[in-house]
Write a protein that binds this ligand. Structure first.
Ligand code: PEP
Ligand code: MG
Length: 587
């Protein structure tokens, strides 16, 4: 009988294959009381297992293949730090010496204590680090057991020879495990644990394989060898699919491969609609190293460089002006004169660095976030503005301000930018001119648009937050995910009025939220008048393909009807169905 499992959409695409179970997270642990004379031996076992786990991670870190995501090294470093942190091993040692628990028991008991403390934490970023502790403990447990057997830690399961490729199913996977397993050519991953912001989700996304996370009990329900379909677009997994469903997905997978080949041919073709409208396609990035991938996908520049990444590393001190300058300069130089839009730091809410000492807020998404936070610490903000102005001496830089909503914030930002310029001039350091832009992601800014148009050189709509704040739905909360509806008439009207007003007054406007990279949204945004999109580079060619099939005049009329409709979702779905039938018959 088939089973349907629902998880989170992490990476898109279809995979069909046989389940290979990775017995992570369920190592059977022997609970035994030891005699007093065995304490030293048990401590030595613990010490040896920890050392072996450190060596194993160090080898993995040294072997990171070229081209692997840059986050990976940082993630392995976090695990190494945790492994070498005495706070945890001191507790385990105490349980062995004082309570005479065997090493395995002491380790899992201490883990329980730690995870209980993590569950009580207010800070969602810290709470999401809980799996890291669990994965590190598991690594030591595996070494303890390998030591008992006198064998090395069992290798990750290799895919079996079969007509179907292998799909890995696990309760939880550390980024290090994921890296090890990726070498085994799995067609996709299904993982019980993991939120959208978890480290595993970050790595799964960068591997660009179909994956479903948050599939809760998948690893208990799926048996080794079961046939699985991963529907990455819907975040679903079908276990033992009926023949008709299976052949449907096999055909879909084949189409995806063909589509990818067709899309690759579009890299150098211009993004121009059928009626001759040129569209700017920009990339969203988080690291200077991402510029290469963005250029490779044909981006005309960077529309959103989220600068928070530099501030999120708990292991490093807050970056000073020099470190920030080096970071931005590297990205600007890699673009060779193409435009670079760098967003000032948008910390707060779900992006609060570990150990930042920030007081917990009762409603963090509505609290001290983005520009509100920067303005509370003008010296820190000035440091970032100086670093940005200096990077602007190396190429065209546009500075984007997140979460702006009030007029006084505009005045303060302008004032601080002028002060940063003055400081650089006074100290004789080279700097360049910057254009100043605002994110339109708080409904108040969209509704009072002329204020922002007058004050800023350009605007960029952050649909991720604009939807969250318009609908009062937490964008990262699974339990209200069904209410996070981009096609809600209120969202559509805000988008259409903002884009329309900017187009009419010839103000530069871009959309840089996730909707810009969703090909199902390309016609809507074009029909609203948008001519500049910024997105994850992996989505760029699919969006370009939609643009090249679009007729803006027709789409403008269609969008008017959608806006007037009582059921925009039905109108859009009918349009998409019609477009895909037309495309198939043309092919
Ligand atoms: C957005 O809100 O749409 C956006 C691009 O910003 P972030 O996702 O970083 O909040
Ligand atoms: Mg945002």
């Amino acid at each position: 009988m088939s089973i349907l499992l629902q998880g989170l959409v992490v990476t898109r695409g279809t995979a069909v294959g046989r389940a290979v179970l990775f017995e992570s997270g369920r190592i059977p642990v022997t609970h035994a009381l030891i005699e007093a004379h065995q304490v030293e031996t048990e401590l030595a076992r613990l010490h040896a297992a920890r050392a072996a786990a450190v060596t194993e991670l160090e080898h993995l870190r040294a072997d990171i293949p070229a081209g692997a995501p840059v986050e990976l090294a940082a993630l392995l470093d976090v695990h190494l730090l945790l492994l070498q942190d005495d706070a945890m091993t001191d507790g385990v040692r105490r349980r062995i010496t004082e309570q005479h628990n065997n090493a395995e028991w002491a380790l899992v008991a201490e883990l329980e204590e730690f995870t209980r403390r993590f569950d009580q934490m207010q800070d969602s970023y810290l709470r999401e680090r809980k799996p890291d502790i669990e994965q590190v403990v598991e690594r030591v447990l595996q070494q303890l057991q390998a030591g008992r057997r006198g064998a090395a830690r069992s290798e990750a399961p290799a895919p079996q020879a079969d007509e179907w490729p292998a799909i890995l199913v696990a309760h939880d996977l550390s980024p290090a495990d994921l890296l090890q397993l990726a070498k085994n050519r799995f067609a996709g991953f299904v993982i019980d644990a993991g939120g959208q912001a978890s480290h595993t989700a970050i790595v799964a996304r960068s591997l660009d394989l179909p994956a479903v996370l948050g599939a809760r009990s998948a690893s208990r329900l799926v048996r080794a060898g079961d046939l699985l379909v991963i529907d990455g677009n819907a975040g679903g997994v079908i276990v033992d699919p009926p023949a008709a469903v299976l052949s449907d997905y096999v055909a879909r997978q084949r189409r995806e491969v063909q589509q990818r080949q067709v899309l690759a041919r579009l890299k150098k073709t211009p993004a121009v609609t059928l009626d001759g409208e040129a569209v700017e396609l920009l990339a969203n990035i988080e690291q200077p190293d991402d510029v290469a991938g963005a250029l490779e996908s044909g981006a005309a520049g960077i529309g959103l460089f989220r600068s928070e990444f530099l501030f999120m590393d708990a292991a490093a001190p807050e970056p000073d002006e020099e470190r920030q300058y080096a970071f931005y300069a590297r990205a600007v130089e890699a673009l060779h004169g193409l435009p670079m839009t760098i967003r000032t730091v948008d910390l707060g809410a779900d992006k609060t660095p570990a150990g930042s000492g920030v007081e917990p807020e009762s409603n963090p998404a509505l609290g001290v976030r983005g520009i509100r936070r920067s303005l509370l610490r003008p010296d820190v903000f000035l440091m970032q503005l100086r670093a940005l102005l200096r990077a602007a001496a190396l190429g065209p830089v546009r500075v984007l301000i997140p979460m702006v909503s009030h007029v006084q914030q505009i005045r303060q930002v302008r004032g601080l930018l002028a002060r940063a310029c003055g400081q650089l001039e006074a100290s004789g350091r080279a700097h360049g001119p910057v254009k100043l832009g605002a994110m339109i992601e708080v409904p108040a800014a969209a509704l009072a648009l002329p204020l922002f148009q007058r004050a800023f050189d350009f605007l960029s709509i952050g649909t991720n937050d604009l939807i969250q704040y318009t609908l009062a739905v937490d964008r990262s909360e699974e339990s209200v995910a069904g209410l996070y509806d981009p096609l809600h008439p209120a969202v559509l009207r805000l988008l259409a009025s903002t884009i329309g007003a900017c187009r009419q007054s010839k103000h530069e406007i871009t959309v840089c939220g996730e909707l810009a990279g969703d090909p199902d949204w390309t016609d809507l945004l074009l029909g609203m008048g948008l001519r500049s999109f910024s997105m994850n580079p992996a989505r760029l060619l699919a969006v370009k393909q939609k643009i090249r099939q679009a007729d803006c005049r027709q789409l403008e009329r269609w969008v008017q009807r959608v806006l007037e409709s009582d059921d925009p979702a039905a109108a859009v779905s009918a349009h998409l169905k019609h477009a895909s039938v037309a495309l198939r018959s043309a092919a």
